[in-house]
Design a binder for this molecule. Structure first.
Ligand SMILES: Cc1ncc(COP(=O)(O)O)c(C=O)c1O
Length: 435
């Protein structure tokens, strides 16, 4: 028997080109502490999951307490208090019509559930022809095969395109690179006309439209006007097509409201949740839906069952973490912190609007992004590696999406810490060769 350890294969990492991973031994608040004594300010909330700071004692205590009572139980045929409490808490935060919840493991599985639920919904109500999905350009909905299918074609999905199902692709309201050549000041959300045409032609075959509401994340932190989402909602209603809002990134305060849909006054038919759901402590996904969808799976016929589940569906530890995170929204001034971050972004972003290295500046709630001028734009831009290294060397974790540098900090970041990140960004951009 070999005694050598297995080689760990890290996500989104090219083992021969990327630097060796940094070993983290503990974390607290906005800081990650490395084995070798270094400290990093986590300015991207560890892949957008952390809300209230690392190792928040209230969430840690809730998970520890749950661990001593019930670590896990099969979720088919059984239930438990943490899941029921979470259903109750989310019920009080979501619009009343989003009344049913299905648990899964992470963001990708929350999306898979929504896609499968949408397809089977139409089949169960006797409209099996409605199976196609419409997704947006620049979308990113995760890395499992169904979630990849609805994600935009990119370097992330190129190797697998023939394994995914075809989708109808509609324009995104990427105002800086307007797909219909308009300027925001003079447009009437003309880009949504493309989706309108698709629905006009194909609505009898379309099960659902899936969107990242107001903020497309991995596609480049693209911020949409509120009206774009509102118009999509109206079109879906008009054409009797389900609207799936993937709030995996935007949920739990990121855009300044509990949910991005709330900011636009839009109620989707289904919503996908994950990432910040547990405050960033444990993996958990959830797909919430309207009653009419749930009811389509009832009746005397067993073949109407939603045959989907995961070994760890509704894990009690993850639900306990989620409940504790939602309690923090009540016991701590979370929304005033969020507002403070948004104001901090506004205060500092001003400078970058006329910076020679910056092509576009975008912000929504706690998220701010600088699209940098680059000769090689896109995820594989050489700016990504050199900027990441620049920031790590100065004690900051920032991971640009190619030439898009963004901040997405835990809500407990102070104005001083935010200023330190922005001061370092100013230095970084000052050090770049002219594009
Ligand atoms: C909007 C959105 N949906 C889904 C996912 C996939 O989530 P996960 O990485 O937890 O599978 C992501 C991940 O970044 C995301 O941003």
């Amino acid at each position: 028997m070999s005694t050598s350890p297995l080689v760990i294969w890290h996500p989104y990492t090219h083992a021969s080109l990327d630097p060796a991973p940094i070993k983290i031994s503990r974390a607290e608040g906005v800081y990650l502490y490395a084995d070798d004594g270094r400290r990093f300010l986590d300015a991207i909330s560890s892949w957008w999951v952390n809300l209230h700071g690392h190792a928040h004692p209230a969430i840690a205590a809730a998970v520890a307490e749950q661990l001593r009572k019930l670590e896990h139980v099969i979720f088919a045929g059984f239930t438990h208090e943490p899941a029921e409490e979470l259903a109750c808490r989310l019920g009080s935060l979501l619009p009343a019509s989003l009344s049913h919840i299905f648990f899964s493991d992470d963001g990708s599985t929350a999306v898979e559930v929504a896609l499968k639920m949408a397809a089977q919904y139409w089949r169960n109500i006797g409209m099996p022809g409605k199976r196609r999905i419409v997704a947006l350009e620049h979308a990113n909905h995760g890395d499992t095969v169904g979630a990849m299918a609805v994600s935009a074609e990119s370097v992330f999905t190129d190797a697998f395109r023939d394994m995914t199902f075809p989708v109808l692709r509609a324009h995104s309201a990427y105002c800086f690179r307007c797909p219909v050549g308009r300027r925001r000041s003079e447009c009437d959300i003309d880009c949504v006309g493309h989706l309108a045409q698709i629905l006009e032609r194909h609505d009898s075959e379309i099960a659902a439209v899936i969107v990242e509401p107001l903020l497309q994340g991995a596609g480049g932190m693209i911020v949409h006007p509120l009206e774009f989402l509102q118009r999509i909602r109206d079109l879906c209603t008009q054409h009797d097509v389900l609207l799936i809002a993937d709030e995996v990134l935007t949920g739990f305060g990121r855009t300044g409201r509990m949910f991005a849909c709330g900011l636009a006054g839009v109620i989707p038919d289904m919503m996908c949740l994950s990432k910040g759901l547990t405050g960033g402590f444990l993996p958990l996904g959830a797909t919430v839906c309207q009653a009419r969808i749930y009811e389509a799976f009832l009746g005397a016929d067993r073949s109407r069952t939603f045959f989907h589940g995961h070994s760890y569906s509704g894990n009690p530890l993850a639900c306990a973490a989620a409940n504790a995170s939602l309690r923090i929204f009540e016991s701590e001034p979370v929304f005033s912190r969020i507002e403070g971050i948004a104001l901090g972004h506004e205060r500092r972003l001003h400078f970058f609007r006329s910076h020679p290295a910056v092509a576009d500046v975008r912000a929504i709630g706690t998220v701010a992004a600088l699209e940098l001028k680059a000769t090689d734009s896109g995820y594989l831009s050489s700016l990504r590696g050199c900027l990441s290294e620049f920031f790590l060397n100065r004690g900051i974790l920032l991971r640009p999406l190619g030439n898009v540098l963004y901040l997405l900090p835990p809500y407990v970041i102070t104005q001083g810490e935010l200023d330190f990140v922005y001061d370092t960004i100013e230095q970084a951009l000052g050090s770049l060769p002219k594009q």
